[in-house]
Design a protein around this ligand. Structure first.
Ligand code: AMP
Length: 401
């Protein structure tokens, strides 16, 4: 059984074809810079090295067409016939409060997805175009939508509501949604396997620390709180996003600077020019920040301290609301690869039973592993995330496979 995972971003389409018996990737790649004078098509298969070519692709529809043709190519393709693909899993960034689990695409589902356009205007129309393009290129092959927000839909109302006048929730659906749900879901399932217990018997904190970061409190397999909010801007300090700030700062900026009266300029400031990049004035990349800090750059050191301090605050707060935790999981670019980020974020949390083993933590590996001391009450784990595989599993599950 083969499952194709499609991830349509605002100007890119990524794809992975899985053979589900082995859960191995058969073919993968992406088309980026869609709509620009020159787009790029990168592709690779289990049997061939990466190929990259410049292409002219003006829409998501054209991108999907090119990808499917590539998969079917007689010489370099991975399938002979479209019927070899059993189901397509689409990554969808935002399902609002309409979608609390993965769903099979039907007319009603597509209508519901259209109603989510305004809440993620850069992504959802691109997802929608991708769904239509796949339907055109792979007629008769079912599609399943897998939402980044769905895993967080178990949060109680007192955790997802903002204390604004209630009508903004009713009219504009303003509430906390949370993101990276597919990743938090995947690593929590892997953690249960590593701990040898059923997920519904475990309390976990999962820290997805990449360029965008979010931390989630999971009680007996169900999310009860998460750091990202109405959008992925809230929460810990990120690569270019400010994370939590006093919302009155926004009103202040609008009052003081004419350019910020334009909401999109203000959004740009908080989403693209803040975080590690804004504080250091150097880079949004944690590797560059660590390097500059080691060379004595004070603002890089400050950016590092702010980011790890904000992670530590969320871990401590979520420990408090969970009362007791079995595992703390680090994943994504920084979480998987930066020993110093993990060590600093866990420092002096011994009172909570969180004790990192510095030596184990410093060992380089791309495998799932424990990095806590033997005596640590809370098991600290590093688990490489695999959102594509999770989407493929979800698609198979929805289809009844
Ligand atoms: P992601 O968005 O998951 O690809 O993660 C990107 C972030 O992970 C960037 O800030 C990278 O600098 C960071 N990252 C990746 N590898 C390392 C590493 N070895 N040390 C520190 N940060 C890393």
């Amino acid at each position: 059984m083969k499952v194709l995972v499609v991830n349509c971003g605002s100007s890119s389409v990524k794809y992975t074809l899985f053979e589900m018996t082995s859960e191995k990737k058969v073919a993968w790649g992406l088309i980026e810079c869609i709509g620009l004078p020159q787009a790029f098509y990168k592709r690779q298969t289990i049997n061939s090295a990466e190929k990259k070519e410049a292409v002219k692709v003006t829409s998501h529809t054209e991108a999907v067409e090119l990808i499917i043709k590539g998969l079917l190519d007689k010489e370099t393709g991975s399938i002979k016939n479209i019927n070899e693909i059993t189901v397509i899993g689409h990554r969808i960034v935002h399902g609002r409060d309409k979608f609390s689990e993965s769903v099979l695409v039907t007319k009603t589902v597509k209508k519901g997805l259209k109603e989510c356009f305004s809440i993620a205007p850069l992504h959802t129309p691109a997802h929608y175009a991708g769904i239509l393009a796949v339907e055109k290129m792979l007629p008769g092959v079912p599609s399943v939508l897998v939402f980044d927000t769905a895993f967080h839909q178990t949060m109680p109302d007192y955790a997802y509501m903002y204390a604004l006048p209630y009508e903004f929730y009713e009219k504009d659906h303003i509430r906390r949604y949370g993101f990276h749900g597919t990743s938090h879901n995947y690593v929590s399932q892997r953690a249960a396997v590593m701990l040898g217990k059923s997920l519904d018997k475990l309390n976990l904190i999962t820290a997805h620390l990449g360029n965008g970061s979010s931390i989630t409190a999971i009680e007996k397999g169900k999310v009860i709180d998460t750091s990202m909010g109405f959008t992925p801007l809230q929460g810990v300090v990120m690569g270019t996003r400010c994370g939590d700030i006093d919302p009155a700062i926004i009103a202040y900026l609008v009052g003081e600077y004419p350019e910020y009266k334009d909401g999109s300029v203000l959004n740009d400031l908080m989403n693209k020019k803040s975080g590690l990049a804004g504080i250091s004035g150097l880079s949004a990349d944690m590797r560059a920040i660590i390097q500059a800090s080691s060379e004595g750059n004070k603002r890089a050191t400050l950016a590092f301290k702010m980011l790890t301090y904000s992670i530590k605050k969320y871990i401590s707060a979520y420990y408090g609301i969970l009362n007791n935790i079995d595992g703390l999981i680090f994943t994504a670019g920084m979480g998987e690869n930066s020993a110093i980020v993990r060590e600093t974020s866990c420092k002096n949390l011994n009172a909570l039973g969180i004790e990192i083993d510095v030596q184990k933590n410093n060992e380089r590996s791309s495998e799932e592993r424990f990095v806590s001391t033997e005596n640590s009450k809370v098991k600290i784990m590093v688990i490489p995330t695999n959102e594509e595989l999770m989407i493929a599993r979800e698609a198979k599950k929805v289809l009844g496979g």
